[in-house]
Design a protein around this ligand. Structure first.
Ligand SMILES: [Zn+2]
Length: 247
């Protein structure tokens, strides 16, 4: 039977050729291998970005590329388990993958970013790929701040700062409950140094547990609502991008 080529990694080449031939988009999730407190795994950002990517790809009849499971997590390197790529390496990896996507004949590349530290390398890689002729759009969970305010009960540790908190824990409970240990979920509201954001800082210097906020009120239902909202807004933005490029 002919398999629909939605999952690039588990698809054979003739089906990839068919998908590219009909003008499909490719969706790339970029995460991190980074500490996420005692109750969430190191793969949290990758798991979440991949889960969101799969839903977006299903709606677009696009293919989901194997994710980039490492990111620029420099500021969590003081915690065991964090394995980081330098910004230059991450940018180069994205460019190489994008060139392959273009060579394979896909109409464009949708990047779903699950980790804050990846933003700059992604933006720079996208610039290079666009200059070479590949349409690229990159999204960072659009609308998340509004969705979190509407759906979640705990206060974020900082404005727009979601790390191992109710937001990420809820989304993990919706997508990968098998790797969440709620018995170890505990709150921490660290005091941010006054120079946070204007000098490079290791988070462990002012955060003991790796948690920013309170993961305890997280539920799978909240996570599902957050994901639905992110996917809906992502699809709206991707639609605007597709219209601009007629793809
Ligand atoms: Zn995270």
């Amino acid at each position: 039977m002919h398999k629909i080529a939605s999952d690039f990694a588990h698809t054979a080449w003739p089906d990839i050729a068919e998908a590219a031939g009909r003008g499909a988009l490719a969706v790339l999730a970029i995460g991190a291998c980074e500490q996420h407190g005692a109750h969430l795994p190191l793969t949290t950002d990758t798991d979440l970005a991949l889960g969101v990517s799969r839903r977006i790809a299903a709606a677009l009849e696009a293919v989901v590329l194997p994710p980039i499971a490492y990111g620029d997590a420099w500021n969590n390197e003081a915690f065991p388990g964090t394995l980081s790529l330098s910004p230059d390496t991450l940018r180069a990896v994205i460019i190489d993958i994008g060139r392959g996507v273009r060579r394979n004949g896909f109409a464009g590349l949708v990047i779903i970013n699950g980790h804050f530290g990846n933003r700059e390398p992604i933006g720079l890689a996208a610039r290079t790929l666009v200059a070479e002729g590949l349409p690229v759009v990159h999204l960072d969970y659009p609308h998340l701040e509004k969705l979190a305010g509407d759906i979640c009960d705990s206060e974020p540790a900082g404005p727009g700062f979601y790390h191992a908190d109710e937001v990420e824990t809820a989304m993990m409970l919706a997508l990968r409950p098998d790797v969440v240990d709620m018995s170890r979920a505990a709150p921490e509201y660290p005091a941010f140094p006054p120079t946070f954001g204007i000098e490079p800082l290791q988070l462990r210097d002012f955060n003991a547990t790796g948690v920013f906020g309170d993961p305890r009120p997280a539920t799978a239902a909240k996570g599902e609502a957050l994901i639905e909202g992110i996917v809906a807004e992502s699809l709206r933005l991707i639609g605007l991008w597709q219209a601009r490029h007629a793809i």
